[in-house]
Ligand binder design. Structure first.
Ligand SMILES: [Zn+2]
Length: 131
């Protein structure tokens, strides 16, 4: 099984389009955009833990938004000139899965808004033991 077949097997059709073909889910439709539970967000494809609920905020944009990642070395960035504007694409550094984009209009603490597709993430609820 080559890589592409592996992803097609592991992901739903929509997840495949977003994670592997860089599509964007419609705003206010994903699983996590308004989630406020405490926990961690990992890469849908490889399970690498990328974001924490502690860095999540409500940006009003309809996608899960974070003002910081857990570890910027786990987030790969690339200039994206599609849709006739320049944006900075963010990907999982470990497996190259598309996550979303990062913008400079975040809250003052970092000034960043990591705008991520719900379909690119899994949520790991904080367990009683850790608290
Ligand atoms: Zn990954």
């Amino acid at each position: 099984m080559n890589d592409d077949e592996k992803w097609r097997d592991k992901l739903t059709a929509e997840e495949y389009k977003i994670c592997r073909e860089k599509a964007t889910e419609a705003p206010f439709t994903g699983e996590f955009w308004d989630k406020t539970d405490e926990g961690l967000y990992s890469c849908k494809c490889c399970g690498e833990i990328l974001f924490s609920s502690a860095g999540k905020y409500d940006s009003g944009c309809g996608w899960p938004s974070f003002f910081q990642s857990l570890d910027d070395s786990k987030i790969r960035t690339e200039i994206d000139n599609s849709l006739s504007r320049t944006r900075i694409e963010i990907m999982c550094d470990h497996c190259g899965s598309h996550l979303g984009h990062v913008f400079d209009d975040g809250p003052a603490i970092t000034g960043k808004r990591f705008c991520v597709n719900s379909a690119s993430l899994n949520f790991i609820e904080k367990s009683e033991k850790e608290s």
